[in-house]
Design a protein around this ligand. Structure first.
Ligand code: ATP
Length: 360
């Protein structure tokens, strides 16, 4: 079912938690709501669940206006970070609960609980109480319970945050599998960019109640709408530094206090006149080590070096400006070396110096 939010605003007294959010969530998609603490993720989820009434704007499920529809009549399943299982009930009773409320016959409830337990792979745990389960198992029960009532929309509020790193990884893969198998439209709240990148069809990234970008993860990584999005995605993070557009025979971008300019690619030429200051963004993996001044974008002294999986992460410094780069271990770079880095063709991102808006 398609979900539409149309200019939805939510105010709590003088705090605007959500400011004119307009977005369409496609049927069967898994959408992550991503952003820093306080950006309005949970507020958005609560609005969809009907637990808050918007101050302004409209929410549609399909073509039906939902603003006045009570939470229990919205056809949603919800999973919270603390699982919120009923401690005195068995796993089976927990999963059956939404069906009991709907007064479904006992036999049907039991069959559905069994099916859901198998879907989330806890079929052998039906007779246990929640306290006899691990965190990961409890989370599966919570998901089974949320799905038992055949919701049209599944809302997950930071469902992995109480799990350890390895279980987080396994459980997020499981959530993706279950979501694909059931085809239920799912909204997944997280502040973890890696989680959002790995699990979603699309990411809605927000900051201080404002939508920043809404698109598939790879597109967001490669073409961030602004410097905030660029900085929020990626680990190690993107390098952002001041730059200026020059024209010494050919349009180019000079980073920081560098003498040399990197040729300006066609996409930026029209937007950036000579002398225009801007913010350049270069991801750590988009540098290459070079001895050729014609390719040099940044030169500095290596002040830190560490191994990250197959790559080596180095930090280089020049006049108080720091740059992170991922390089091949074979490059044999030593602490204290002075090295030059070039930027892979087409990989430099440029943002407006004041607004942070992307130029291309
Ligand atoms: P977190 O990642 O910390 O959960 P979030 O992105 O989910 O954050 P929200 O919980 O949606 O953020 O909060 C958005 C803003 O609205 C915050 O400034 C918060 O303090 C405020 N807010 C949320 N709920 C209420 C409330 N019931 N009363 C007053 N202010 C609220």
């Amino acid at each position: 079912m398609k979900i539409t939010m149309k200019e939805v605003t939510m105010k709590f007294n003088d705090v605007t938690a959500l400011d004119q959010l307009s977005v369409d969530f496609e049927p069967g998609n898994l959408i992550s709501l991503l952003g820093p603490s306080g950006c309005g993720k949970s507020t958005t989820l609560f609005l969809l669940a009907g637990l808050h009434q918007p101050t302004a704007g409209e929410i549609y499920f399909g073509s039906q206006l939902m603003n006045q529809v009570r939470p229990e009549n919205r056809g949603i399943g919800m999973v919270f970070q603390n699982y919120a299982l009923y401690p005195h009930m068995t796993v089976q009773e927990n999963i059956e609960f939404p069906l009991k409320i709907k007064k479904a016959p006992e036999k049907e409830r039991a069959r559905r609980a069994m099916d859901m337990a198998e879907l989330v792979k806890i079929g052998e745990l039906l007779k246990r109480k929640p306290r006899q389960l691990s965190g990961g198992q409890q989370q599966r029960v919570a998901i089974a319970r949320a799905l038992a009532g055949s919701p049209k929309l599944l809302l997950l509020d930071e469902p992995l945050s109480n799990l350890d790193a390895r279980l987080r990884l396994e459980t997020r893969e499981e959530i993706r599998r279950i979501q694909r198998e059931t085809g239920v439209t799912t909204i997944f709240v997280t502040h973890d960019q890696e989680e959002a990148m790995s699990i979603s069809d699309k990411i809605l990234i927000m900051n201080a109640g404002h939508q920043q970008q809404f698109c598939p993860p790879q597109e967001m990584y490669e073409k961030p709408a602004n410097a905030f999005v660029a900085a929020f995605l990626g680990n190690p993070p993107i390098n952002l530094m001041e730059a200026v557009c020059t024209d010494a025979g050919m349009p180019g971008i000079r980073l920081h206090t560098m003498e040399h300019a990197v040729p300006l690619t066609d996409v930026f030429r029209e937007a950036l006149p000579t002398g225009q200051r801007c913010q350049a963004g270069i991801r750590p993996e988009d540098w290459f080590v070079t001895n050729d001044t014609a390719h040099t974008a940044f030169t500095g002294k290596v002040i830190h070096k560490e191994t990250i999986g197959r790559d080596t992460l180095i930090r280089i410094e020049r006049d108080g400006v720091f740059v992170r780069a991922l390089v091949q271990p074979q490059a044999n770079i030593l602490l204290g070396d002075s090295i030059s880095l070039g930027v892979q063709s087409g990989k430099m991102k440029l943002f407006h110096i004041d607004t942070g808006k992307a130029y291309a």
